[in-house]
Design a protein around this ligand. Sequence first.
Ligand code: FES
Length: 171
Amino acid sequence: MASVSRRTFLKMGGSVAAGVAIGASELAQAAPTTAGETQVTLPYKKQVIARAQKLQVNKPVAFNYPDAASPCVLIKMGTPVPGGVGPDRDIVAYSTQCTHMGCPVNYDAEKRIFKCPCHFSMFDAEQAGQMISGQATENLPSIVLEYNHTDDTVRAVAVEGLIYGRQSNVL
Ligand code: FES
């Protein structure tokens, strides 16, 4: 493993403390960039969420990722969508904590958007969690999914976007 630059080390903040507990070798994979700085990819556990054939269109499945304190939903949209996985490229997942102040968002199945009851932010489930309106300034974090054709499983493998209240998504 390449050494982590001081600047990157500081950016990692509390993740380093967590790394002590789980083992430094599991904390991060670092690779030198062309700019000479080290880029760090934080590790995520892979977690089976569902079997694609058992999912019903537009029926959210609740789960937690990357840890028990992070509520999420997985939805089979029924038509291909950006970031969608599975045989129909239509399965997506999101954190359900609003990016404004962390309130739990609700899924509106008719409009296919997430609505925050606290200050009325809305996010598009068919457009990678894009913020539509409201107080939030960031999109809803997407849970990166992988589909395994062999056993039909859909797995969560990473998070795109910062889950509300965290300095990194792996704490
Ligand atoms: Fe969701 Fe404020 S917490 S809009």
